[in-house]
Ligand binder design. Sequence first.
Ligand SMILES: Cc1cc2nc3c(=O)[nH]c(=O)nc-3n(C[C@H](O)[C@H](O)[C@H](O)COP(=O)(O)O)c2cc1C
Length: 222
Amino acid sequence: MKILGINASPKGSKSQTLKLVRAVLDGAKANGCKVELVDICKLNIEYCNACSVCYKKGKCAKKDDFQAIYGKIMASSGLVMGSPNYFKSVTAQMKTVIDRMADAIHCQLLTGKYSVNVATAGGLGQYMQVTDYLDEIMLNFGSFITGSIGVSIRSGPRALGKAEEKAYRLGELLAADMRTGKIYRNQKRRHEENRKYFQNLVKMYKDEWVHEYKYWDKKGWQ
Ligand SMILES: Cc1cc2nc3c(=O)[nH]c(=O)nc-3n(C[C@H](O)[C@H](O)[C@H](O)COP(=O)(O)O)c2cc1C
């Protein structure tokens, strides 16, 4: 029952997004989960350069802080992804981590995990641009989405307080999903479609993407 929380705001302890990520983790912790929070803006994570080494060998060729964070992601059953809205999307730091997980989509590496996605934004309702994006990415990596939560900072401190309460309850739900292995039927259908699609893709590139071909071969083709 391990959960990793990731905050991608460069504002450190002053981040509003951090408050929501923490609240989710607190709710999960009170329900028996072991939680860890990582500020990815403090890490040295280079851009993906599309070298395809991860497809071929199952490991990124770059030597930086990404390896450790990827290890923590893979060792967790629950993930809390938090980012402020920066021009209708996640911050560059979050996007960089996502890009470096290019093999996670081909091999559906987050299968069996659950995630809660968190965002804040300056403008009214705009946090959804980020939570919708993160929901889609995490689903496409194979994870179930327990839920998402966000708030507009313009709505004031009361709205933030309410969002923190909701975030705490989402943390409780995340712990419950992990404990019971909840199946979200619509999401499962998307996972099945993705699995077929990416397995076909990997078969097409079997001579180049040697690791990924072996991975699916071992896991079993559908
Ligand atoms: C570079 C930059 C771009 C931003 N773009 C948007 C935006 O497109 N829409 C929006 O609603 N807020 C935008 N904001 C505001 C942040 O999303 C908002 O202040 C957020 O709550 C910051 O979260 P944090 O305190 O966790 O860093 C932007 C802020 C910055 C610094």
